[in-house]
Write a protein that binds this ligand. Structure first.
Ligand code: COA
Ligand code: ZN
Length: 302
């Protein structure tokens, strides 16, 4: 039996939030269902954020309602207590909160500084404990910030200590602008896994400098067993200048399986989900290994 690794598809949220073309809630539900049909049991399905700030994410309540009762860990992004309340009322039971390694990124994203976001997160974690809701915490710009430059790894380690202590279900280290290099990832994640174990940790990489997969490899070698990825490489953050797509789910699955880990994901069905992402958006780049994967699994990629 090979060791299980979780791949969480954030395409319907991180992937779609920045697209010029806004998909309807119904189209986003179809994309989530295609991912579930491929055996993906962790998907970030939307965001309860201000529709003025991120118009592409409008209609999250409709998405959560349509997916009610679906097995799997379906999470929604929330930026504040208002988002928590709206998500809870819609029926969401797994929420994803973002904290920040720099004040510059916190202000650009949610108009608050790091300390204010941390305080809001503490309140949300306390409230979630009472409601039986699980909260994932992602730390944005863990390696480099578009406004403040290189980040001191100690800032991220301290945030991990704090959030895990406050009861987050998982602490996810995000390279929001795709600026990390594998040596820095190896060093940060081996320290973190050494101190906390891998069970409640995860990583989130963007492929801006073509190092996304190398960074997944470095983190997997350091013992990380949970990775965010985005179907067909969709993505980019609207508030982080220069951020391009997440590392593509189909490439990450290929790499993790090659390392002997078990993703429980069916590649032909995953390629159908990637085709749907491309059809719906017209702009999804597709995985770097897309051509080979399509041939190897005898499924047409287009
Ligand atoms: N969902 C929906 N609406 C929300 C909201 C939420 N979670 N939080 C606040 N709002 C509404 C308020 O009700 C208010 O509405 P009104 O203008 O009709 O009265 C308006 O947004 C402004 O509220 P305020 O508390 O002053 O927020 P803000 O203008 O400082 O915006 C955020 C802060 C967090 C709401 C906004 O920046 C946001 O949604 N950011 C999301 C960023 C994101 O998703 N980034 C990608 C993730 S990496
Ligand atoms: Zn991201």
């Amino acid at each position: 039996m090979s060791e299980r690794v979780i791949v969480n598809d954030v395409g319907p949220r991180d992937g779609l939030q920045n697209q010029a073309k806004h998909l309807s809630p119904g189209e986003r539900v179809r994309l989530v269902q295609a991912l579930l049909a491929a055996g993906m049991d962790h998907v970030e399905v939307g965001a309860f954020v201000s529709p003025k700030a991120v118009p592409a994410m409008a209609g999250a309540a409709e998405i959560v309602a349509a997916l009610q009762g679906t097995p799997g860990t379906l999470s929604v992004l929330i930026p504040n207590m208002k988002g928590y309340e709206l998500a809870l009322a819609a029926g969401a039971r797994v929420m994803a909160m973002v904290v920040y390694a720099t004040d510059g990124m916190a202000r650009a994203n949610v108009g608050r500084d790091r300390a204010e976001v941390d305080a809001a997160t503490a309140e949300i974690l306390e409230r979630a404990r009472q409601d039986g809701v699980s909260v994932l915490t992602t730390i944005s710009v863990s390696f480099e910030c578009p406004f403040e430059g290189p980040v001191d790894p100690q800032v991220v380690q301290d945030a991990a200590d704090r959030m895990l202590d406050w009861g987050t279900a998982r602490f996810i280290v995000a390279d929001t602008i795709g600026a990390a290099a594998p040596d820095a990832v190896a060093s940060m994640m081996s320290d973190m896994v050494g101190r906390h174990g891998a069970g409640r940790l995860g990583c989130h990489f963007h492929d801006t400098r073509a190092l996304g997969l190398a960074n997944v490899y470095a983190a997997a070698n350091a013992g990380v067993r949970y990775f965010d990825a985005s179907i067909a490489g969709l993505g980019g953050c609207p508030f982080a200048p220069g951020a391009t797509g997440n590392v593509a789910t189909e490439d990450v699955v290929m790499l993790l399986e090659r390392l002997g880990l078990d993703t429980s994901i069916d590649m032909p069905a995953l390629l159908r989900a990637a085709d749907l992402a491309k059809d719906l958006t017209g702009t999804a780049p597709g995985g770097r290994a897309g051509t080979w994967l399509a041939q190897a699994f005898r499924e047409k990629a287009s």
